[in-house]
Design a protein. Structure first.
Length: 723
């Protein structure tokens, strides 16, 4: 008999139940993996089920390996082992045995992401399609969606109608499928689709696999999609037991097909099913858990449960409201540095954000504080393709170096081929001048190529003239460059939403630089950025982890900072536009973010104008939804009671004028020359001059003298800090 003495009553019931159909609703940190592995051990050790009659499906290789290891430690070694694998690995094993009935050999090829991209590239070359017209990613999404909806090539052409771009996509789709057939190759989507299709078509093959198993267990059931559920139901059939574990409150992948209604409606599909709720949390402190509960309680489409914990602590959730992006980042960096001095390791802390573009100001703050960090599952802001492209456009104004020119001359497409580029490079070397100087003295090319290159040169020269006149702020110049070059329009045409958000965040970055350095120009900005971009990855044994909330699923940390809790950012604007369904998904995402923390949770927001939202930022509803006894409010715009939070929302909801138009009368700063001050970002300094409401303040290296509004909320007289 396996030892269940350490389990709570609900966990015991979930492990020992003799129900054929069982749904386990496992709240965050409730020990679901332990329950699932003990269930397998119980079936083998106590119920004497042959291990090979048990199938356990997970959704990552890491989870599968962890489950295998846990089960191995619980049971005696025998002649067979349970099938524990990802759903894709399971389908490979099934197809390797029986795909011959579908006309494919058993040694069929499995295409990875690079193989898929290579086939699309072949199609583009043959069909003369430019990747800047339809990106490879967009094309592969189109192919994947068509397969999922079982759209044939003929139907794809019919749906394309007279639209040229859609017709091009249909042509590539046809090429892709024919190429797969010629190679006897299946991609990851096909592995599940073909298995489902084979089971539908050949009942004897399905019956064989239904008999292969007696007990089917599925982990992370809230994240499965329609096709995956179809496969699970096929394998279960009328005879097998089905045991599913998941949490509807953690369904955060609907954008890739996950359907929360599958776990919600499980009892409709299996009327005899038993539901057991694991609601004791072993991870988070009481305040963190109660705060997360009070937020998720606002969702309607969920299984009612109230997580509780016996982990008591006097620490509340801390909500910090910063006056602007950079101050939020600096405050977080300061807290992390303070925690490190108190003995906490960087690796025990994490910063979570809703979208990748939000890492920009945070990365800068970590670099300035010399805090080692990695972007978990992502790319550093200044190393992202569109950010590099945009900065290269700006470099054309200042230096017009060959690397910048080569990168952006044909982005977006201007009809300039490799032969033209080779000619340019050779002419540059022969004459000992830059490639741009060769273009300015353009006597190498004729016809359309010459016209395209002349237009490009004229565009750059126009930008240079604007810069020399010095009348346009750098961020406005950047907007002009992105518009004139066609780069932003190109991204918009390709629906590259994330890349567009990164460009808008770059505008925020430039604007922040301009405010901090009123006399700084484009050249100085590019030099500053060079200090942050292209840095080597920090891979020391102790580093802070920064990631999106989606990437944090399944992870936990001692201390967690969740940033940018502003309406339109978190919850996300696009999701809010979808109505209640979208907002509920965002609330589940917030719930996942909050419950990553074991001992301390910080929630932060930034004030000021957002180029992403094109309005002044207001406090996220998720802050307001946290019960007052579980949260403390500090910072620029919150009066420790949340009343200002509600006021900002009320102002934003006014119909007569936007919040950005409502201004409070500036308060006198009370500063004078010689005062010692403390700035939220630059630290301690001395006021050396005051003029027209601006203070010139000398800060220690590397900041130097900065011009700052004397009444800016980020600035305090040193003596006032105690009040």
């Amino acid at each position: 008999m396996i030892d269940v003495s350490q389990l709570n009553e609900n966990q015991k019931e979930a492990v020992l139940s003799d129900q054929d159909y069982l749904r386990v609703i496992a709240g965050a940190g409730s020990g679901k993996t332990r329950v699932l592995t003990m269930r397998i051990a119980h079936l083998i050790e106590d119920e004497k089920v042959w291990p090979h009659k048990i199938l356990a499906i997970t959704f990552t290789n890491k989870a599968a390996n962890e489950m295998k290891e846990r089960v191995r430690r619980m049971i005696e070694e025998g002649p067979s082992t349970p099938w524990i694998s990802t759903i894709h690995s399971l389908c490979v094993r099934i197809l390797r045995e029986d795909i011959t009935c579908m006309g494919y050999p058993r040694n069929f090829t499995i295409m990875d992401a690079e193989d898929q991209k290579a086939v699309v590239k072949e199609a583009y070359k043959e069909k003369n399609i430019d990747a800047q017209t339809i990106s490879y990613g967009a094309m592969l999404d189109y192919i994947s969606n068509n397969k999922a909806e079982e759209i044939s090539v003929k139907q794809a052409y019919d749906l394309a109608g007279g639209y040229r771009e859609d017709k091009m996509k249909a042509e590539v789709y046809e090429y892709y499928l024919k190429r797969q057939e010629a190679l006897y190759a299946l991609d990851f989507d096909d592995l599940i689709l073909w298995t489902v299709r084979m089971f539908k078509k050949y009942s004897e093959v399905l019956a064989k696999w239904q008999k292969r198993f007696a007990y089917i267990l599925v982990d992370e059931f809230q994240d499965i999609d329609r096709i995956q559920y179809q496969l699970i139901r096929q394998l279960t059939g009328p005879y097998n037991s089905l045991y599913v574990v998941g949490d509807p409150d953690q369904t955060i992948y609907t954008w890739r097909g996950a359907d929360v209604n599958i776990i919600m409606n499980f009892v409709k599909d299996y009327p005899d099913a038993q539901t057991i709720i694991l609601n004791e949390n072993y991870r988070s402190t009481e305040a963190i858990l109660n705060g997360a509960n009070s937020v998720i309680r606002n969702n309607r489409n969920r299984v009612e449960k109230e997580l509780y914990t016996n982990r008591r602590s006097d620490e509340k959730i801390t909500h910090y409201a910063a006056p602007a992006d950079e101050y939020q980042a600096s405050w977080i960096a300061e807290q992390i540095a303070k925690l490190k001095r108190q003995g906490k390791a960087f690796r025990d802390m994490a910063i979570l954000y809703r979208s990748n573009y939000l890492s920009r100001s945070l990365e800068k703050a970590m670099v300035e504080r010399r805090i080692p960090y990695i972007i978990y599952g992502g790319i550093r802001f200044y190393e992202r393709q569109e950010v590099k492209d945009a900065l290269c456009y700006l470099r054309m104004i200042t230096s017009a170096d060959d690397l910048a020119l080569t990168r952006i001359l044909n982005r977006p497409r201007r009809g300039i081929g490799q032969k033209t580029m080779d000619t340019l490079v050779q002419a540059s070397r022969d004459r000992g001048i830059s490639m741009y100087e060769v273009l300015k003295d353009n006597n190498l090319f004729t016809g359309r190529t010459k016209t395209a290159l002349d237009r490009f040169v004229q565009m750059v020269e126009d930008w240079r003239k604007i810069t020399e006149e010095g009348k346009m702020p750098v961020y406005r110049l950047f907007e002009t460059v992105m518009e004139d070059s066609g780069y932003q329009a190109w991204l918009e045409e390709n629906k590259e939403t994330d890349r567009i958000e990164n460009l808008k965040e770059l505008i925020d970055d430039i604007k922040e630089f301009t405010e901090d350095n009123p006399e700084g120009g484009l050249d100085e900005y590019l030099q500053t950025v060079a200090l942050y971009g292209d840095r080597e990855e920090v891979m020391s044994s102790d580093y802070l982890q920064m990631m999106t909330v989606h990437a944090a699923k399944g992870l936990e940390f001692d201390t967690v900072f969740v940033t940018d809790l502003n309406e339109g950012i978190f919850p996300n604007e696009r999701a809010m536009n979808e109505g209640r369904r979208g907002v509920e998904e965002e609330r589940r995402l917030a719930y996942v973010a909050f419950t990553r923390a074991r001992n301390k949770l910080y929630l932060t927001e930034a004030g000021g104008f957002s180029f992403i939202l094109q309005r002044t930022r207001t406090t996220s509803r998720f802050i307001e939804e946290i019960d007052a006894e579980n949260i403390e409010h500090i910072g620029a715009s919150v009066n420790n009671a949340g009343s200002d939070v509600r006021l900002s929302r009320a102002l934003f909801d006014r119909d007569d004028e936007p919040l950005s138009a409502i201004r409070m009368a500036p308060k006198p700063s009370g500063l004078k020359k010689g005062d010692a001050v403390v700035h939220a970002k630059f630290g301690e300094g001395i006021v050396v001059r005051l003029k027209d409401g601006m203070a010139e303040i000398a800060f220690p290296y590397p900041h130097g003298v900065k011009k700052i509004m004397a009444n800016h909320p980020s600035l305090k007289k040193k003596g006032d800090l105690k009040s």
